[in-house]
Design a protein around this ligand. Structure first.
Ligand code: HEM
Length: 368
């Protein structure tokens, strides 16, 4: 049992958690201005709780990014990273739920103190922006106002901290580099893409034959369905032709490099191989986090519509309209969702040569 001696001193709950400081940080502006508004306490507490959870999310994301920075991710780090990302996902779920508590305040109650808040706005949440940057939201993808940089509302010091996140490498950048290092795509005479192309062609041919031979479909329906099957073909083009992928990248429609996308496809297709379980779970975590952030954006936008209708925001945006657009525009790991269009049934999967299967049972690492 440790005592007061040495570095293991005892500490009181209140002091350890700085409860006094924490509980003295709810200062109602409406009270200060002599017009106390009961609901302002809820408004402040909910925002502060969000900021605390943002702090925890940043703590987790930074640690996960650190696992990737030395160009090698060992399996044990990957499972710790997955654990931390799952935690981030759970926190985000809680944050989506919390919107319901904010909504117990009526729009009329909000008007009792909204005027005192100008021009304070969620736009000025540094930690929210830091989370977006850590995840890897590309700057050029951001919806901004008055031609100003998204970070212009912060002090120079804070702007630099956000720039530094991009300079150090976001989660998206690090995951891209990690995927690019994936071995197995071209080993021992096995060329994954060539084999995959053959399997895709066989699958598409089967689909077209099934349509044409169907006794239930009319000629018109057959024509329509064959055309639809043809448009599926264009998804496959982006993975089978590097130039198509590059073009989509320049148009901002793809974020992962071609090589990384092929690796992500390989991991998705052969996820049943033991060594690919963790990489597959990791990719799934990233999609889940993206989904939860999108859920939050959507729920927040709906709450804003309910609270202030179509009024502009205190930060000067178009309010609900802006927020609703960010729900789709500010997604980050969309390339992983796109992989689903490229999947083929297990029955069509090219069989892996024994040599490669042996390695997949062993370790997932560029080092022999
Ligand atoms: C009555 C409740 C709320 C209203 C009416 C509201 C309103 C708005 C509006 C209109 C915007 C757009 C920017 C602007 O022009 O100001 C915004 C952005 C934002 N709000 Fe809220 N908000 C509310 C609660 C919250 C809560 C509880 C949080 C939690 C931290 C939050 C975080 C944010 C963030 C991070 C943004 C920036 C989003 C982005 O740019 O993608 N808001 N809010």
């Amino acid at each position: 049992m440790k005592t007061n001696e040495g570095k293991y001193t005892t500490i009181h709950y209140q002091k350890y958690l700085k409860i006094e400081e924490l509980l003295s940080a709810q200062v109602l502006r409406s009270e200060q201005l002599g017009e106390p508004a009961h609901e302002e306490m809820l408004f402040i507490v909910v925002h502060q709780v969000y900021e605390l959870w943002f702090k925890q999310i940043i703590h987790e994301l930074e640690s996960v990014i650190d696992f990737f920075t030395d160009n090698e991710v060992i399996e044990s780090s990957l499972s710790v990273a997955i654990g931390r990302l799952r935690r981030v996902e759970d926190i985000l779920k809680l944050l989506v739920e919390q919107i319901g508590i904010m909504e117990t305040m009526t729009p009329l109650d909000f008007l009792d103190f909204r005027n005192y808040l100008f021009p304070a706005s969620g736009f000025q949440s540094f930690q929210f922006r830091a989370i977006e940057c850590l995840l890897g939201l590309p700057e050029e993808q951001r919806l901004t106002y008055f031609g100003q940089k998204y970070s212009s509302v912060f002090t120079e010091d804070k702007q630099k901290r956000l720039d530094d996140i991009y300079a150090k490498g976001t989660l998206l950048n690090q995951v891209n580099a990690w995927l690019e290092r994936t071995p197995f795509l071209e080993l021992d005479g096995f060329n994954f893409l060539t084999e995959y192309q053959t399997a895709v062609n066989a699958m598409l041919n089967k689909e077209t034959t099934a349509i044409n031979e169907s006794s239930y479909l009319t000629e018109k329906e057959k024509k329509m369905r064959t055309e639809m099957a043809g448009s599926t073909n264009t998804y496959f083009k982006s993975i089978l032709e590097e130039s198509t992928h590059e073009q989509l990248m320049t148009e901002g429609k793809k974020k992962l490099s071609y090589k990384a996308t092929v690796a992500a496809l390989f991991i998705n297709l052969y996820r049943d191989e033991p060594i690919l379980h963790l990489p597959f779970q990791f990719i799934t975590c990233l999609m889940d986090i993206d989904n939860q952030v999108t859920n939050w954006r959507y729920r927040h936008a709906q709450m804003v519509l309910r609270m202030i209708g179509n009024k502009i925001g205190t930060g000067g945006s178009s309010g609900h309209e802006y927020l609703a657009k960010t729900a789709s525009l500010h997604q980050i790991f969309t390339d992983f969702h796109g992989i689903s269009s490229l999947l083929i049934p297990r029955s069509e999967l090219p069989t892996l040569p024994d040599g490669i299967r042996d390695q997949l049972n062993f370790h997932f690492n560029t080092k022999k």
